[in-house]
Ligand binder design. Structure first.
Ligand code: SPV
Ligand code: MN
Length: 628
């Protein structure tokens, strides 16, 4: 029997017709293979129709994958207690034997890995429903668009993706290259009595670059299961490398400048380091908070948000620090909360919300009461540090008008941010594209967070905040970035930010809201409208400009002492950082572009000379501002 014939035997006629209409043999073969392997009792197709969406959401509540909360349209989903973050150790690329791959990235032999994961997926949907969902990565009808299909037996995954991605059935109907689409397959696996994936030892998240397919099983956490998010991102980095564009772990935002000007910036920060909260700075415009595609067109750089929704960290979101988000989260829009605590009155509680901590409620550990301990005797927090909210950007008051523009938005600046307690300054601009890509992007280090399983607070090398998702060798990826603007007249300026710098006593030197000022300074620099101070590592703001911006943006009096503490150049720490980074690129990463070593060595020399002249800790007041 051919694949279409097989599908007809496994689907109700109405559902089957939605697939047959595509007239795509590649698609039929793919779907047949996974229906045959996963063996669902039923197959439902989502093409973007409202009734289809309503049906899935209803089933999600009935099956208790989601719970209805106090506010209309708000639901709550729980992941298993050991399944609350991305599982790095069980995430791997499938690489054919004999193909050279970067030893720093996790991979296994393709044949072996496919057999392993397919064995785990065999009959994984027996007695369950498979949802077939059509989406589009990037705006529809655009040279950025990549159609993508998700197969899953989880209504939580289906519902989340309906909020996060643009509908793409039409893209599939109009496919020119019949095989150019991404495929994601997810099976929840056996569940416990609490309805969470049980066999975490057998959790697998495998990425097959040959077939543009991702396979995920025995897990529920979004970062492991939302095939269109970080799994498709890995496919896109590989495809972009072949086709000459970039896929980055970046927000895209429009910053308002003087005279009604709007300047678009992209920013890459590791997970849980302020990326979402930056893209949601009051009075600015958000295009996206997590992943973008970047392409060069007419000698300029353009970006689109791959998504149209947010799967953001909720821990610490409160009325003062994130006022726009706060309002939305406490409103009657469609939002999926995950791994927060639900109080008895069905309202939400999360740590850092400013709400009084309740004595009891329901959370990812079941019934929760103050003082609850886990099996190891450790306290169970009311909400998890990686608890999240999922929403569609169109409910935000600050969504940018160009979110769905097929052309994308023209990018004037790139920002790289990390969680760094002792080295980099709150904001700094690189001397040039190459200097920025090398000393800011490729040299990024950040302390680990709750977004991945494992120890928190450990300093890690994380080039462009993208290490977890790189599907091509690191050296090649850096080279792609260096060459990206070769055909661009004025490459975007490159900045670094660090919201986490501390003093010797371990106290944060900045308020969370200060980033609203840094972003304005970057906007001015992109338009040549601010003086700067030249340091061995880049340009930093001068005191007068910052004092004016603090007053204007935050109505805050910025003292010379704050400026001095925050922007004191830590020469030794910077030299040590270069030594750490050189060590990685010299001994661990193959095929590094030679220029990386030259630029880092030059920076080290500048720092050594600076130390001779000024000492180890240098106040910015000792340096002259320049008009460059
Ligand atoms: C991140 O961890 O960077 C996220 C959420 O944006 S996840 O989907 O887990 O990747
Ligand atoms: Mn992310």
């Amino acid at each position: 029997m051919d694949s279409l014939g097989f599908l007809k035997t496994r689907m109700e006629l109405g559902e089957f017709n939605k697939i047959a209409r595509l007239q795509n043999e590649n698609f039929n073969i793919f779907l047949s293979a996974y229906i045959s392997l996963c063996n669902p009792a039923k197959v439902l197709v989502y093409t973007g129709e409202k009734e289809e969406a309503e049906r899935i959401k209803k089933i999600s509540l009935e099956s208790k994958e989601e719970i209805s909360m106090g506010i209309k349209d708000h639901t709550l989903h729980f992941d298993g207690i050991n399944d609350l973050a991305r599982a790095r150790d069980q995430t791997k690329f499938l690489i054919p034997s004999g193909v050279k791959f970067d030893p720093n990235l996790d991979y296994i032999d393709r044949d072996k890995g496919l057999k392993e994961v397919k064995d785990l997926m065999r009959n994984v949907m027996a007695g369950r429903t498979m949802y077939v969902l059509f989406f589009c990565l990037g705006p529809v009808n655009s040279f950025f668009s990549i159609p993508a299909v998700q197969l899953t037996d989880s209504t939580y995954v289906a519902h989340s993706e309906m909020l996060l991605y643009r509908d793409g059935y039409n893209e599939f109907l109009n496919l020119k290259e019949k095989n150019r689409f991404f495929r994601a397959v997810h099976g929840t696996g056996e569940v416990t009595s609490a309805n969470v994936s049980k066999n975490l030892m057998d959790r697998r998240i495998y990425v097959d670059l040959i077939d543009n397919t991702t396979l995920s099983v025995n897990t529920q956490y979004g970062g492991n299961t939302l095939g269109l998010k970080k799994l498709a991102m890995r496919l896109a980095i590989n495809l972009g490398s072949k086709e000459g564009w970039l896929c980055e772990h970046m927000f895209v935002m429009g910053v308002q400048g003087p005279g009604g000007r709007k300047t678009y910036l992209t920013g890459a920060y590791p997970s849980a380091c302020g990326k979402t909260s930056t893209s949601m700075i009051p009075n600015e415009k958000i295009v996206g908070d997590d992943i973008c595609y970047l392409r060069v067109s007419s000698r300029k750089v353009y970006a689109v948000n791959v998504e149209k929704g947010m799967f953001g960290i909720i821990d610490g979101v409160n009325a003062q620090d994130d006022p726009v988000l706060w309002k939305v989260l406490n409103n009657s829009h469609e939002i999926i909360f995950s791994n927060i605590l639900m109080k008895e009155d069905k309202s939400a509680f999360w740590t850092g919300s400013g709400f009084p901590e309740p004595g009891k409620g329901i959370n990812f550990s079941g019934e929760w009461q103050k003082g609850k301990k886990d099996e190891k005797g450790n306290p169970v927090l009311p909400s998890h540090k990686n608890a999240r909210f999922t929403l569609s950007l169109d409910i935000l008051p600050n969504v940018d008008e160009n979110l769905n523009n097929p052309e994308g938005v023209e990018i004037k600046g790139f920002v790289y941010g990390g969680r760094d307690s002792d080295t980099s300054l709150p904001v700094e601009e690189a001397f040039s594209w190459e200097h920025g890509i090398i000393t800011k992007g490729a040299s990024l280090e950040s302390e680990t967070t709750a977004a991945t399983l494992g120890k928190e607070g450990k300093r890690e090398f994380n080039p462009m905040s993208n290490l977890d998702f790189l599907s091509i060798p690191i050296g090649k990826y850096i080279d792609n970035n260096l060459k990206f603007t070769r055909q661009v007249d004025e490459p975007p300026r490159i900045f670094s930010v660090n919201y986490f710098i501390k003093d010797k006593a371990g106290k944060f030197l900045n308020d969370k809201v200060d980033k609203a000022v840094w972003i304005k300074w970057m906007e001015l620099r992109c338009s040549g409208g601010a003086r700067a101070i030249k340091t061995p590592t880049g340009y930093i703001p001068d005191y007068d400009t910052l004092k004016r911006l603090f007053q204007q943006v935050l109505n805050k009096n910025y003292s010379p002492d704050d400026y001095k503490k925050q922007f004191t150049i830590r020469v030794i720490e910077n030299i040590n950082k270069i030594d750490r980074i050189l060590e990685v690129y010299k001994y661990k990463v193959p095929d590094v572009p030679e220029i990386l070593f030259e630029v880092l060595e030059e920076q080290k020399e500048r720092l050594e000379m600076f130390k001779e002249k000024h000492g180890e800790y240098v106040s910015p007041f000792e340096l002259e501002s320049v008009d460059e």
